[in-house]
Design a protein around this ligand. Structure first.
Ligand SMILES: *[C@@H]1O[C@H](CO)[C@@H](O)[C@H](O)[C@H]1NC(C)=O
Ligand SMILES: *[C@@H]1O[C@H](CO)[C@@H](O)[C@H](O)[C@H]1NC(C)=O
Ligand SMILES: *[C@@H]1O[C@H](CO)[C@@H](O)[C@H](O)[C@H]1NC(C)=O
Ligand SMILES: *[C@@H]1O[C@H](CO)[C@@H](O)[C@H](O)[C@H]1NC(C)=O
Length: 366
């Protein structure tokens, strides 16, 4: 028995020492992996906001409790969609770009920043907006070329998958509703700018070799607790202005992406329909074993729609539910880990009517 254990020990030692690419306890052939680069806002932020001065953070209890047992800066009780995608793709957790200056980009890196928008004006001063995230990506690409040479870097960036989820904050940030910038434009003009900045980003990544993109439309924005709480009298109704902007955005996005698919040769898109995936589940909560889809698990005020979870921003008072996985929303505006996982599965392997023309699994295999 002891001999067998010793044998196993030495075997593992030799095995790990010779494995150049040990991921989740499995040895994968070197350079066989596809890297994952992530852009966006809080839905995808693994903790970038911890590394610069902002009040938009989630690096304190009870964020992260369900999975990490400490708060990483993720705006939920556990893992976020990119964590699940990385797991399904046999990649390690993709780290926040701002975490370290000693970068290793071979598995990819995450640039997403909580509260960021596609427009520089959205939550300006508190976030790293899409353009800043793109400039980080360009720095990373340059560094990689210096490190491994043009040819290997080109292979890495052209095989990589790029996830971009952006735009919600341009429409639903409580600051947006009253901002003078927003009111300078018609809704159509405003949406056009958001889409223009998103497609510009895709084009820039394409120029650096990127071909495979995971992209997302908007769900019913007006129904998130923080938006519902803006409706006078808190009647239970959704905040129509936000939903309206979401509809305009989705129509314009769909058109813009169709154009890109024609213009950019070799482009492969996984377009996930958040509107469809979320409305089907929000309308049938029992079927997906949710007990509460209207109120956040953690927060205060109507629908727990005030961003007070953790008690770090002014008022220390907040309420916390006992079982976050009964809830669709973890806090005033962020979905729970259970919801994140459910959506990640649909993004990874959903049928073309929900994630298409490719799903992420196919993009990683392509
Ligand atoms: C917007 O401004 C109105 C009028 O000043 C105010 O009542 C409302 O609370 C503000 N909304 C937000 C989200 O700040
Ligand atoms: C990007 O957003 C800015 C405002 O931040 C706007 O002036 C510009 O026109 C937008 N770009 C496109 C291509 O729409
Ligand atoms: C979501 O889909 C429904 C059904 O197709 C549609 O009526 C609604 O306008 C869509 N909402 C958004 C925000 O795109
Ligand atoms: C999407 O396609 C799948 C498989 O073809 C089907 O089972 C499902 O009902 C479709 N969903 C919707 C909302 O159309």
């Amino acid at each position: 028995m002891a001999g067998l254990l010793r044998f196993r020990f030495y075997f593992l030692l030799i095995f790990s020492a010779t494995c150049l690419n040990l991921v989740h306890g499995r040895c994968l052939p070197k350079n066989q992996h596809v890297a994952l680069f992530i852009f966006g806002y809080s839905l995808f932020d693994p903790g970038n906001n911890n590394y610069f001065n902002t009040f938009v953070r989630a690096n304190y209890w009870p964020y992260g409790e369900q999975f990490f047992k400490y708060s990483t800066g993720r705006f939920t009780d556990g893992r976020i969609i990119p964590d699940f995608i990385a797991e399904y793709a046999n990649l390690p957790l993709i780290p926040p770009y701002l975490q370290s200056i000693n970068h290793q980009f071979t598995y990819g890196v995450n640039f997403a920043s909580g509260a960021a928008g596609a427009l520089a004006e959205t939550n300006q001063g508190f976030v790293k907006d899409l353009k800043t995230q793109l400039s980080y990506f360009k720095d990373a690409e340059k560094l990689m070329r210096q490190k491994v040479g043009d040819a290997e870097a080109k292979t890495l960036f052209s095989k990589a998958v790029y996830l971009i989820s952006i735009g919600a904050n341009d429409y639903v940030s409580p600051f947006t509703v009253n901002s003078t910038f927003y009111h300078t434009f018609s809704k159509q003009e405003y949406v056009k700018m958001v889409i223009g900045n998103l497609t510009d980003t895709i084009k820039e990544i394409y120029k650096k070799g990127g071909r495979k993109f995971g992209l997302f439309n908007m769900g019913t924005l007006g129904c998130i607790p923080t938006m519902k709480a803006l409706v006078p009298g808190n009647t239970g109704a959704c905040f129509e202005e936000a939903t309206e902007l979401g509809k305009l955005h989705n129509a314009a996005l769909s058109e813009a992406l169709q154009e890109l698919e024609i213009k950019l040769v070799g482009l492969k898109l996984a377009k996930h329909d958040f509107n469809m995936s979320t409305s089907e589940r929000l309308n049938n909560p029992q079927k997906y074993s949710f007990k509460e889809v209207n109120i956040g698990c953690c927060g205060s005020g109507p629908y727990r729609g005030i961003f007070s979870c953790g008690g770090k921003r002014g008022g220390a008072e907040f309420e916390l539910c006992s079982n976050p996985s009964d809830y669709w929303y973890f806090d005033s505006s962020h979905i729970s880990e259970k919801t994140q996982k459910l959506l990640a599965e649909l993004i990874w392997s959903g049928s073309p009517n929900i994630t298409g023309p490719y799903n992420l699994k196919q993009l990683f295999e392509a």
